[in-house]
Structures are given as structure tokens and as C-alpha cells.
Design a protein around this ligand. Sequence first.
Ligand code: COA
Length: 258
Amino acid sequence: MYTTLLTSLEKGIFTITINRPDKLNALNKQVFADLNAALDEVYRNAAIKSVIITGAGPKSFVAGADIAEFGDLDKEQAMDLARNGQDTFFRIERSPKPIVACVNGFALGGGCELAMSCHFRIASDNARFGQPEVNLGLIPGYGGTQRLVQLVGKGRAMELLMSAAMIDAATALQYGLVNHVVTAEELLPKAIGILDTINGKAPIAVGKCIEAANAVFDETKNGYETEVHAFGACFGTADRKEGTTAFLEKRKAVFRGE
Ligand code: COA
């Protein structure tokens, strides 16, 4: 079904593996088309409760946008390229289902931007992060200048953006860019363990956590007001009733996403 992705669905966890290992999983047009189709599936398929995005092979998560496709774009075409990339990554960021990046090697340029658009990140100890676009006379175009500042703070982001420096997994952990660093073997099991826990919670409430936390960084929204509305919406759900009733009855809640 997908040319550049491998996908699997197990126990509600949909794993998307970007599969161009000979090109270090660089994001070309086909990867973006496939990613959008996979995101359609994520949004549409009720059997998918959460998502892992990772890269094929032992070396790279995603080593950036496919530089071979850049060609000679004029200014308008380059702006379209950036907008389209941003739109795809907004769909990841705004997904009501949790999406976790399992960073298994290089996460450079568009690869770091892809990881940053996910709700959180787990890295293997060989992961490397960076925004090397200034080496190419460019800047990040898929949201990297914004999300890097959000995640690591302005000073660190400025240094990384302007120097094109690569940081290792330990530094990424120290910066707060990733939540956990584990061995390559432990990477997917670690994400699956966390997502198993999340998948046991009330899905509508989980989606509302994402919506409210995203509102912090959305200048068109008042985050506190978004929280009030999200809280109110949760109160109307059958899962809220089940959650509070189960607590009072000292039993485990069974959530249905309703
Ligand atoms: N776009 C297109 N192709 C890429 C790529 C990218 N972003 N990153 C790696 N590749 C390709 C290489 O061209 C090479 O292809 P080839 O075997 O057909 O020549 C293959 O992937 C392997 O990469 P290689 O450079 O040989 O691996 P390495 O271990 O020596 O170096 C990197 C790894 C990540 C340091 C290096 O590939 C690199 O700097 N990539 C570009 C990173 C970048 O600037 N990303 C931002 C783009 S906006």
C-alpha cells in the first residue's frame, strides 16, 4: 500500500517506519505522500489508538529532506514546499491520538523537525540531532525554527540553528528534546510500554490533553480557555462517568472512547 513506509498495527499501536535506509530515510515527495496517507488512516481508523514513527535500519531516523529533490526552486515554489511540509507536520502535532517519535539514529533537518512535531520523543543511544540547513544556505522550513525554540529554549535553539551543530542523545536528553534514552534494542519496547499505559486511559481525555497543551504555542488560541472547553467536553463523556464510577467502586475503569 505504501511505497516508502512499512506499517503495522498491534494492540492498538500503529507503527510507521520510514523505509529508505539506503538514503538514510530522507524525506522525498513520495515519503510525504505516504505519510499523509498513513495519517489519514490514523485519523480515520478507530482500531488505531496511538502511533510510533521510526526509521528503517540501524543508522538513521530521518537524515532530512531529500536534498536531491531541491533542484532550482524559485521563491514561490520554495515557500510551497515549506508550507506543504509544515501542513503534514501540523497533522502529526494536532492528531488527537498520541504520536511518539522513536529516534533510532540521525534526526537531521527535516528528520529533527519530524521528530519535534510528534507529541514526544524517545531516542536510542546512537541518536544524533541537528538542524544543518545553514550548511546548505538554507534554514529549516518544516517548523523547525519554531518547535526547536519551544522544546529546548531560545538560547540553545539559536546556537543549534546557526551553528548546524549535531548533538548526541545524552545532550538531547539534557536539553529536554527527548524524554528517554535507551539502547537500540530497547527503543520500540520502551515506546510500546508507555503507549500501552496511555492506551488504557480515556481516549477522549488523552486527545484533549494534546489539544490543550498545543494551545500554549498557538497564538490564535487562549490556552486557559481551551482547557476550560476541553474540561467541559470531557465531563459530558461516558468515559468520565465510567472513570469516576470505577474509582468509587474500587475497580479498574473500562473506557470506550465515548
Ligand atoms: N537527502 C538526500 N540524500 C541523503 C540525505 C539527504 N538529506 N542524507 C543522506 N543521504 C544519502 C547520501 O547521499 C548517500 O546516498 P548515496 O549512497 O547514494 O551516495 C546515503 O544517503 C548515505 O549517506 P552518507 O552521506 O554516505 O552517510 P554518512 O554516514 O557518510 O553521513 C550524514 C551521514 C547524515 C552525516 C550525511 O548523510 C549528511 O550530512 N546528510 C545530510 C544531512 C542534512 O543536511 N540534512 C538536512 C537536509 S535539509
